[in-house]
Design a protein around this ligand. Structure first.
Ligand SMILES: CC(C)(COP(=O)(O)OP(=O)(O)OC[C@H]1O[C@@H](n2cnc3c(N)ncnc32)[C@H](O)[C@@H]1OP(=O)(O)O)[C@@H](O)C(=O)NCCC(=O)NCCS
Length: 361
C-alpha cells in the first residue's frame, strides 16, 4: 500500500509592524511609485525587537498544529526552512521543536534560501513516504530585516518578515506531492549573498565596517535568471506529475517581484486569475512566501479538496524548486480549530512568554 504525505494543518504569522514605501522613502532615496512599479510591493512586515525566527515559527506552527488537530508531542520531525536563523548554530528547527513541546521530534534547518519551503516539502514527503516518520511540521520563516542593509536601496525595499507552517501526515488516501523539480546552480553564488560571517570570510571588525554581514544582490541578473528558471522548474515539475499548466487550479509562486510572477505566468500561458498574489502586503519573505500565500489562498476560499496546486520558488544559490500538490484537506478545518486562522500580528503567544534568547558571552 502506498503511503502519501498529506497537508493536514496550516498556519501563518506576520508581525504587526507595517513598514510602508512612503516610510522607506524617508530612510533611503526611493519612492512609493518606483517600488510599486518595479516590484508590486506596497508594504512589508518587520519583526519587533523581541521577536525572532523561532517566535515567528512557533506562532505559525501552533495554528498549523491546531488545524491538524495534532499535539506537538505527536510530531516526529520539525523542519525549519530559513536563511535568517536565530543563530548560525544551534539550528532554529531544534529551538522551535523545544518551544512547541515536540519532545519526541528531531529538528533541523533547511537552507535553500527562498526555495527552502519547496525543498522542505520534498524532504518531509520523502521521510513520510519512506515510512520513517508519520507526522512532520514544516515551517518557512524569515526575519530578513536583521540581515538587510537599511542604507542600501537596492535591497532594503524588497524584503519582509513572516512565517508559514504546514503539518504533513502519513495517509493511505491519495493526494499530496504529485511531481517536483529541485534545481541548484552555484555559479550564481554572487547574485544574492551575505559575504561575511561564514568560513569563507569570518565576521570581524573589518567585515562589519564594510557591511559584508548584510545581503548584497545583483538585481538585474537575478531577475533574468529567476524568470527563466521558475518557468523551467514549473514545467519540469508538471512533467513529472504527468500534468499540464491547464490542469493546475492554483499557482503559488514565490512572491519576490510581481513582474517576475507576471513574466513567468505569461511564459506558462496560465490564467492570471489562478495565481495568488500577496506581495503588495508582505514584500519578499523568502522561504516564508510560498506557505504564507498557501495559507491566505485557503482562507480566501481559493483552494478546495481535489485541487492541484503548483508551488514554485527561486532564490539565492541559485536554487529553484517547484512542487505539484493535490490538496486534500477541508479548508473549514481552519475555522473549526479555535483561534487558528490567518494570523496578522496577533500572536497566539506573546513574544515575552517565550523562553529568553540564549545569553551569548
Ligand atoms: C531589484 C529590481 C526591482 C530592480 O529593478 P530594475 O528594473 O532591474 O532596476 P535596475 O536594477 O535596472 O535599476 C534601475 C535604476 O534604479 C535605481 N534603483 C535601485 N533601487 C532603487 C530604489 N529602491 N529606488 C529608486 N531607484 C532605485 C538603480 O540605482 C538604477 O539607477 P541607475 O540607472 O542610475 O544606475 C529588479 O532587478 C529585481 O526585482 N530583481 C530581482 C530581485 C529579486 O527578486 N531578488 C530575490 C530573488 S529570491
Amino acid at each position: 500500500m502506498t503511503t502519501n504525505a498529506l497537508i493536514t494543518g496550516w498556519g501563518m504569522y506576520a508581525p504587526s509592524r507595517v513598514l510602508t514605501n512612503d516610510e522607506l522613502s524617508t530612510m533611503v532615496e526611493t519612492s512609493d511609485e518606483w517600488i510599486v512599479t518595479r516590484t508590486g510591493i506596497r508594504e512589508r512586515r518587520i519583526a519587533a525587537d523581541d521577536e525572532t525566527t523561532t517566535t515567528l515559527s512557533v506562532n505559525a506552527s501552533r495554528d498549523a498544529l491546531a488545524v491538524a488537530g495534532l499535539d506537538a508531542s505527536d510530531l516526529d520531525l520539525v523542519i525549519v526552512a530559513t536563511c535568517s536563523p536565530d543563530y548560525p548554530l544551534p539550528a532554529t528547527g531544534v529551538l522551535v521543536a523545544t518551544e512547541l513541546g515536540a519532545r519526541h521530534a528531531a529538528g533541523f534547518d533547511m537552507q535553500a534560501a527562498c526555495s527552502g519551503f519547496v525543498y522542505g516539502l520534498a524532504t518531509a514527503t520523502s521521510f513520510i513516504r519512506s515510512g520513517m516518520y508519520r507526522n512532520v511540521l514544516l515551517v518557512g520563516v524569515e526575519v530578513l530585516s536583521r540581515f538587510i542593509d537599511w542604507t542600501d536601496r537596492n535591497t532594503c525595499v524588497l524584503f519582509g518578515d513572516g512565517a508559514g507552517a504546514v503539518v504533513l501526515q502519513a495517509s493511505d488516501q491519495p493526494g499530496g506531492l504529485l511531481g517536483m523539480d529541485l534545481f541548484s546552480d552555484g555559479t550564481g553564488a554572487e547574485g544574492i549573498i551575505v559575504p561575511a560571517g561564514g568560513s569563507a570570510c569570518p565576521a570581524g571588525p573589518t567585515t562589519i565596517a564594510e557591511r559584508k554581514h548584510f545581503i548584497r544582490m545583483a538585481g538585474r541578473e537575478v531577475y533574468k535568471y529567476a524568470t527563466r528558471q521558475l518557468t523551467e522548474s514549473s514545467l519540469s515539475a508538471l512533467r513529472t506529475a504527468g500534468l499540464t499548466v491547464d490542469d493546475v487550479d492554483q499557482f503559488l509562486f514565490h512572491q519576490a517581484n510581481l513582474r517576475i510572477i507576471e513574466s513567468v505566468g505569461s511564459s506558462l500561458r496560465l490564467d492570471p486569475s489562478k495565481a495568488y498574489i500577496n506581495i503588495e502586503k508582505y514584500g519578499n519573505t523568502s522561504a516564508a512566501s510560498v506557505p504564507m500565500a498557501l495559507v491566505e489562498a485557503v482562507a480566501a476560499g481559493r483552494i478546495k479538496p481535489g485541487d492541484r496546486l503548483l508551488m514554485a520558488a527561486f532564490g539565492a544559490g541559485y536554487t529553484a524548486g517547484a512542487a505539484v500538490v493535490e490538496w486534500t484537506a477541508d479548508p473549514a478545518r481552519a475555522f473549526l480549530a479555535p483561534g487558528a486562522q490567518t494570523r496578522l500580528g496577533k500572536p497566539r503567544v506573546e513574544a515575552s512568554e517565550f523562553a529568553e534568547p540564549m545569553a551569548v558571552s
